[in-house]
Design a protein around this ligand. Structure first.
Ligand code: GLN
Length: 281
């Protein structure tokens, strides 16, 4: 397919099955232009030497690769993040977790000089960086088991000028002996036999599912909470839309109080958190 104009290239991609926004984002990337330029320059000639690049991206998108990987970037909570197939693509649903963390930091943790905040399973660094961006006084540590993911997070931290302490290891292992004022995590939580995993096959399986019923990583994180939370501090967890009851029960059984659940923008129960109270133990 070799289109004569910008509009014809977009129409060709849509005819092949791409939606309008994806077609614009991919053509914009190939031409080094934004969407408003494409709209204003529909009649411009499509540069012949760029057509093959565009066709290749269209074919990859049609085969299921996330646009974020094709562009190498994704916006999250107002930050432009670099992403690669080494990390989960940050989702708008996860902004619920960030907003909750920021509320605590600006509210009951406001008096804590430099609150110690930990992000378990940071991937691209999205959650930790969004918190650091909006709450510069917080001291952010971020753990991931994948060195490739940590490299992406390190690239984002340096590109955005937002310092993070990046630690490699399995959940709490790299922070043995340390306690935090706030711990957040978006761990893998999809059940091992969930058919949605097929549509997510381009993303790291490790970041999506722990296998089994999907709750094992949440169980492991919650089991470590009492050893790593300060008195009065919070653990906030993202989970699947049908896992709120189980996560609430796990938090309560681990001795956390004030357990609450928040919905994402789509109205799904997406985050559950609880507070650790040393005094009542
Ligand atoms: N929210 C993601 C999805 O369902 C899954 C992310 C995760 O497992 N942490 O597409």
């Amino acid at each position: 397919m070799s289109a004569a104009t910008v509009d014809a290239a977009l129409a060709g991609a849509r005819g092949a099955g791409l939606d309008r926004l994806d077609a614009q984002l991919l053509l914009g990337a190939v031409l080094g232009r934004d969407r408003s330029w494409l709209i204003a320059h529909g009649d411009d000639a499509m540069p012949a030497d760029r057509a093959a690049d565009f066709d290749a991206l269209v074919a990859r998108r049609l085969a299921g690769e996330p646009v974020a990987y094709l562009l190498g970037r994704k916006d999250f909570h107002g930050l432009a993040l670099q992403v690669s197939p080494a990390v989960l693509v940050p989702r708008p649903d996860t902004e619920t977790l960030v907003d909750w963390a920021l509320e605590l930091l600006g509210g009951e943790l406001a008096g804590t000089g430099a609150p110690q905040v930990l992000d378990l399973g940071t991937g691209s660094g999205a959650i930790a960086l969004a918190i650091k961006h909006r709450c510069p006084r917080a001291d952010l540590s971020a753990v991931d088991t994948s060195p490739d993911a940590l490299a992406v997070a390190a690239g984002n931290a340096s590109a955005l000028g937002l310092p993070l302490a990046l630690l490699r290891g399995h959940w709490w292992a790299p922070v043995a002996g340390r306690r935090f004022d706030l711990v957040v995590s978006n761990p893998p939580y999809i059940a091992g036999d969930d058919h949605h995993l097929d549509a997510l096959r381009h993303e790291p399986r490790l970041a999506l599912t722990p296998g089994g019923d999907g709750l094992d990583s949440l169980r492991e994180i919650i089991a470590g909470a009492s050893a790593h939370l300060r008195d009065g501090s919070w653990l906030l967890l993202e989970h699947g839309h049908d896992q709120a009851r189980e996560v609430q029960a796990l938090l309560a059984a681990a001795g956390l109080c004030d357990v609450a659940t928040r919905r994402d923008l789509g109205g799904h129960e997406r985050c559950t958190g609880g507070r650790w109270r040393q005094a009542t133990r």
